[in-house]
Write a new protein. Structure first.
Length: 115
């Protein structure tokens, strides 16, 4: 950390997008996806060039987290809480059955009680 400053508040962090999302939430109440997205573009266009947004990887990560939190898409991992690269096999995974192979990762859900 830089003197106690949160690195997410930097010019390439996500504090800006979070503030935009708060503003969007206020102005887009009742809008369907198409209208919400149009308003989001207008808000982003309004600040474009005045400040740097997050880098592309951070923006994509933030988008994925928001989609998962929204709960409007099925969980492709089937409840997984653990994962690892498909090119590795950590000790904890040796006796576990993966619930999904997605991209370059294997996913594992907690075992049901009594299993």
């Amino acid at each position: 950390m830089d003197g106690g400053r949160d690195p997410s508040d930097g010019p390439r962090g996500f504090a800006g997008p979070v503030q935009l999302a708060r503003e969007l939430s206020a102005v887009a109440r009742g809008e369907e996806d198409e209208g919400r997205l149009a308003l989001a573009f207008a808000l982003v266009n309004r600040i474009s060039g005045r400040c740097a947004g997050p880098d592309r990887e951070l923006a994509l990560a933030l988008s994925a987290v928001c989609r998962a939190l929204a709960g409007e898409e099925p969980d492709p991992t089937h409840g997984a809480t653990q994962f690892h690269s498909h090119t590795e096999c950590p000790g904890w995974a040796a006796n576990e059955a993966p619930t999904a192979l997605i991209g370059g990762h294997l996913f594992y859900a907690p075992r049901a009680k009594g299993s």
